[in-house]
Design a protein around this ligand. Structure first.
Ligand SMILES: [Zn+2]
Length: 115
């Protein structure tokens, strides 16, 4: 399962961002950004996260996911727009040379520690 690796990576990043001088840290919330093209199934990600986070400071942490729309730009006329499905030709000049400028990201925006 692809999400298992993603969850593991997220947890590694989150763990390394916890200040070392905190005794028994507990992460309450993990704020994430997931692009619609990131090819991550949110339910699977939550499932894997719960498994890997067990017995770590992240156990029981809430995942707050913000979805990022897919944004594309036409290389010919510079028009940018958002798409729901990856249809990659320009609606304005019909050119096929469009590039994806957002929608692939998967990043941790912030983590919130319990008091
Ligand atoms: Zn165009």
């Amino acid at each position: 399962m692809h999400e298992m690796g993603v969850a593991q990576q997220m947890i590694n990043i989150a763990l390394s961002s916890i200040p070392k001088d905190i005794v028994n840290p507990k992460v309450e919330k993990l704020n994430l950004k997931i692009g619609r093209l990131a090819a991550v199934v949110e339910d699977s990600l939550r499932f894997c996260f719960d498994i890997i986070a067990k017995d770590s400071p992240l156990e029981g942490a809430e995942l707050v996911v913000e979805h990022v729309a897919v944004k594309v730009r036409c290389k010919s006329c510079d028009k940018t727009w958002e798409v729901d499905d990856p249809i990659f030709s320009c609606s304005s000049c019909k050119d096929g040379a469009v590039e994806i400028i957002s929608g692939r990201e998967l990043e941790i925006i912030s983590i919130e520690l319990a008091e």
